[in-house]
Design a binder for this molecule. Sequence first.
Ligand code: KIV
Length: 273
Amino acid sequence: MAGYISDDSRKVTTHRLFEMKQRGEKISMLTSYDYTTAQIVDGAGIDVILVGDSASNVMAGNVTTLPITLDQMIYHGKSVVRGVKRALVIVDMPFGSYQGNELEGLASAIRIMKESHADALKLEGGEEIIGTVKRIISAGIPVMGHLGLMPQSINKYGTYTVRAKETEEAEKLVHDAHLLEEAGCFGLVLEKIPASLAERVAKELCIPVIGIGAGGGVDGQVLVVTDMLGMTHGFNPRFLRRYANLYEVMTNAIGQYVNDVKNCDFPNEKEQY
Ligand code: KIV
């Protein structure tokens, strides 16, 4: 089946996402980390591509998102931007590039924008980083917030379980969501929180709220591309729908290639000069 191709082939902007929320059109978002995948994802009609710091896990094999560096995020960002014509491209600011000091955060943000040519940035956190968010926005850089499960804080939580199930954490999340909107964020990701809470936030905010593991009552959905294509193995959270089993497809194809080489079936006469 071909992708849902919008008849509007203009480049997606943050303003278009806002209009989509206003008219109740859901926003589709996936991660990408490289040129070839980004070309396919964009060509299939996705609205937003996130160059997620999940690259640390799925591209580099790290256990957490913490080790990925600013230089590495810029490399992934540049590669994706070269493959995209229509989708809005957002790059994650990596752990350690913005949490400490507002001016350092601004400098990191400017580097990503200048060197990757991305359209926007995403930062994890609420009140604790609001000064940095405001500085980055005041430099003319669109910012998306990220609340709920924040993988860059895994060492604080200790687990990747659902966040904000208790009232106190849920109320802080709602408060932080409003602060981010007031600071000028153009959108917000909510990760792994109860669906009812995510729906409440989406209703209270004017900016688009994109969920991952946050139910269907939000304005759009995001998944990690390697997970939804079934390339990753052994990661089966309840929220993940697999649209293909590329692990099997790729393993079979590579196994066939190995056999063909071993049996002198590849290359054949037509496959040589
Ligand atoms: O890094 C990432 O892939 C993300 C998504 C899970 C939203 O932040």
